[in-house]
Design a protein around this ligand. Structure first.
Ligand SMILES: C[S@@+](CC[C@H](N)C(=O)[O-])C[C@H]1O[C@@H](n2cnc3c(N)ncnc32)[C@H](O)[C@@H]1O
Length: 339
């Protein structure tokens, strides 16, 4: 029992957890592109993870309260899936695990036998998560992995001896574009056994104003969260960004169905980044794309499950039907004999 974590590195798997070097390379590539872009997976250093916890508590950020309502009111739907026997409860992009702790509490009360394996790219988030899980649940066995999702999948495929329930809550999948989401879900399918379950939180398409408010909060926390990416480049890579010379902008693209977030340069500027040994030019009003947050129709979810080898077994909604936790079963067919 107890809560521990390890960092997946080259000696454990073939790839390396996003390190300072990988961060530097991604920043170099992203800022050399037109349009410029930085990956949202780099939001979550210590400060970014704390800012995200503040976002989750914002009244406008309905995603967390809706999903919390689903989990609190429909816990039996989750525990009924697993029945007897031990299983891995794996969580991809676990964050602070506040919603998952409701499920874990319920599973422990039901005396289900499981170990919890949170996987998150952020070591800061992992430490906070395991500290709070350790305090709440003395009997919980938790073994976290600080790893990028795809590296986490390699670990899952090496541990196929147990049944698995995989959680991907908080609309994390919505950060992937449609093509990448399909690749990811199929890779997850490859890593799992027939009959394993996957629970995915999807933010549903709704009144555009409601979605826009969630990303343009009145306290400016989401703006700070995005600007923290530039601060992180300053502290980790010796960048010289002046945060006051960028403004956050988030809009809804009705064609792609995503909230798209940007940092926009307010004036022409040339930014030096010491570790990259180079300057990066910005025109006035030039954007850096920072995040996609895709929104879904019911039909998008069915298509995604069908295309990637899963059967939808439950759609758990909140009372406003803003959000759904979609429970999928891995379907792997046996070959039938030819006559
Ligand atoms: C939007 S937060 C959601 C957290 C949690 N699932 C929830 O619902 O509250 C996303 C989490 O996923 C992690 N994350 C983002 N991109 C990741 C990646 N590519 N691989 C692994 N973890 C990632 C972040 O560090 C962060 O903790």
């Amino acid at each position: 029992m107890g809560c521990t974590y390890k960092i997946l590195r080259g000696e454990d798997l073939e790839t390396v957890v996003p390190s300072n070097q990988k961060f530097a390379l991604d920043v170099l590539i992203g800022l050399s592109e037109k349009p410029k872009q930085l990956s949202s997976m780099y939001f979550y250093d210590d400060t970014g993870s704390r800012l995200f916890q503040k976002i989750m508590a914002l009244p406008e950020y309905y995603l967390t309260s809706c999903e919390m309502e689903i989990i609190k009111t429909q816990t039996e739907q989750f525990s009924n899936l697993v029945g007897d026997g031990t299983f891995h409860l794996i969580e991809l992009g676990a964050g602070d695990g506040s919603k998952t702790s409701v499920l874990i509490d319920h599973f422990l009360q039901k005396k289900l036998e499981f170990d919890y394996i949170p996987i998150d790219i952020s070591e800061a988030a992992m430490k906070t998560l395991l500290r709070s899980m350790g305090k709440k649940f003395e009997t919980l066995s938790a073994n976290g992995l600080v790893a990028e999702y795809f590296d986490g999948l390699k670990w899952i495929s090496q541990s196929k001896h147990k049944r698995n329930m995989v959680l991907m809550l908080g609309s994390n999948l919505g950060n992937f574009n449609k093509a990448r989401a399909r690749v990811f879900l199929r890779s997850l399918w490859n890593s799992l056994n027939n009959g394993d379950y996957v629970v995915i939180g999807f933010d549903l398409k709704k009144d555009i104003e409601i979605m826009l408010r969630a990303y343009n909060d009145s306290q400016g926390v989401t703006e700070k969260f995005n600007l923290n990416l530039l601060r992180r480049i300053n502290t980790e890579l010796g960048g010289q960004f002046d945060l006051n010379k960028f403004r956050f902008y988030a809009n809804y693209n009705v064609f792609s169905g995503a909230i798209e977030s940007f940092l926009v340069s307010l004036e022409p500027q040339r930014i030096y980044i010491a570790q990259l040994g180079d300057y990066f030019e910005f025109d006035a009003w030039e954007p850096i794309h920072t995040e996609y947050s895709y929104k879904f129709l019911e039909s998008d979810i069915s298509l995604l499950a069908e295309q990637t080898g899963y059967r939808i077994v439950h759609q758990l909604y909140d009372s406003k039907r803003y959000f759904v936790d979609s429970i999928w079963r891995v379907e792997k067919l046996e070959a039938t004999a030819h006559k």
